[in-house]
Design a protein around this ligand. Structure first.
Ligand code: DOR
Length: 435
């Protein structure tokens, strides 16, 4: 199939799921010159259909809005040997994503309008999908001085975060939430108390003791979640908790939502598909921050996803090269890549009965889009096609050597998967296709 040109496609008999419009029905989808013209059962072939129209049998397949990942690391500028905007967005579209929000822990840090604009320019020139920059809360991620929120907003930042590092100063976090409110920027919290976590390599508990690895207690995350919730209540700022990993965090966020605090939360597929037990063989591919937790935490995260406490699933795609990862557990970098394995891992929640198909798709489309104020994550008739065709039943063994990402730090390599992305249309064009 030809890439790069607006497409003319008629998908026949797909299950079209668009949670934003409460749509879940079997229908044909007609795309003409890259625009969605019709979503209807049994669209009749008309004389005015374009001659080159491709008809694709999409029975038993799902058509969903292009996926939105609100938490990825693209590593450009500065660490292009791990990932670039070009390779990271290629990985994104191969995973079904048409929009990714990229974290500011690049080199230099995205703490200025110049870096935000650089990322947007690079994405326009070399990217395969939309890139929404998240700018830093503090200059240089040092946790001391606030960045210029107004300027960052004006240059295209959609949120602020010091992700990778917590904002240890409660006063600075208070100011971030206050200014975030003024400039309509959600504040994304990497919730970690460094005094409790520093030096830790995995979750603290009997397993870390048995392995002789220094532990990070769940409490290191929870005290900061609790603090940030209190600050959100005080300031009425817009708080989003990144990569929720513990049962205690889920409980705190649930209670806060019940009390009317403006908070949203995300988790990542590794926090509901893996536990700390994976570390038994000291393989650094399982090293991530926050760390993999206990089975009770995994169970609580699933409940949190099901009851809406956790609004979004983000990958926290964190590419690292072999130099950082293929070393002793103690010295290895934290991080797991996620863009090209997310769909089957998220669909596992549907197979387990945790989420309905529509609820699962909402966590990777309209929900993250709403949190970022992006106005995406829905299928609109009359607008450019931005959608993903997936086969929820396809089974295969995941081979990360075929990934578009530059990095290979994927703990799901060689595991049996169910659910595959077949085609990604971004802005009316084929961005990925494995038909
Ligand atoms: O494991 C992680 N890797 N956690 C983070 O918070 C940062 C990320 C990275 O940038 O590699």
């Amino acid at each position: 199939m030809e890439h790069g040109k607006p497409v003319n496609i008629l998908f026949r008999g797909a299950r079209v799921i668009d949670p934003a419009r409460k749509l879940d029905k079997t229908a044909d989808v007609l795309i003409r010159e890259g625009m969605i013209m019709d979503i209807h059962t049994d669209i009749e072939m008309a004389l005015d259909f374009p001659p080159g129209l491709q008809v694709i049998d999409a029975r038993d397949k799902w058509i969903v809005p292009g996926l939105v990942d609100m938490h990825v690391h693209l590593r450009e500028p500065g660490e292009e040997y791990k990932e670039t905007i070009a390779t990271g967005t290629l990985a994104a579209v191969a995973g079904g994503y048409t929009t990714v929000a990229c974290m500011p822990n690049t080199r230099p840090v995205n703490d200025s309008a110049a870096v935000t604009r650089f990322i947007l320019d690079r994405a326009r020139e070399q990217g395969s999908c939309r890139v929404l920059p998240v700018a830093a809360i503090s200059k240089g991620l040092h946790g001391e001085n606030l960045t210029e929120f107004g300027e960052l907003r004006a240059s295209g930042a959609v949120a602020v975060s010091d992700d990778g590092r917590p904002v240890m100063s409660s006063l600075l976090m208070r100011r971030a939430l206050e200014y975030g409110r003024i400039f309509d920027l959600p504040v994304i919290s990497h919730a970690e108390d460094l005094n409790l976590s520093q030096g830790g390599l995995m979750n603290e508990g009997p397993t870390s003791t048995r392995l002789g690895l220094r532990g990070i207690p769940g409490t290191a995350e929870e005290v900061m979640v609790a603090r940030d919730l209190l600050l959100a209540e005080l300031t009425r700022g817009k708080l989003h908790i990144a990569h929720v990993s513990t049962a205690g965090s889920v409980r705190l966020i649930r209670d806060a939502k019940e009390r009317g605090i403006d908070v949203t939360a995300e988790t990542a597929p590794h926090y509901f598909n893996l536990t700390e037990e994976e570390i038994m063989l000291f393989d650094p591919v399982y090293k991530v921050n926050p760390p993999l937790r206990r089975s009770q935490d995994v169970a609580a995260i699933k409940v949190g996803l099901a009851d809406g406490t956790i609004d979004a699933i983000a990958t926290d795609h964190a590419p690292h090269s072999l130099i950082e990862k293929d070393t002793e557990f103690e010295y290895a970098a934290n991080g797991i890549i996620g863009l090209e394995s997310a769909v089957p891992l998220i669909l596992s929640l549907v197979r387990e009965g945790v989420l309905s198909p529509s609820e699962a798709i909402a966590k990777v489309t309209c929900n993250p889009s709403r949190i970022l104020g992006a106005g995406l994550g829905t299928i609109q008739i009359g607008s450019q096609a931005d959608l993903t065709l997936m086969d929820p039943e396809a089974t295969y063994r995941l081979d990360c050597r075929t990934f578009r990402s530059k990095s290979r730090n994927c703990p799901f390599h060689d595991r049996e998967m169910q659910g595959r992305v077949i085609m990604t249309l971004c802005e009316g064009k084929i961005a990925f296709c494995c038909l």
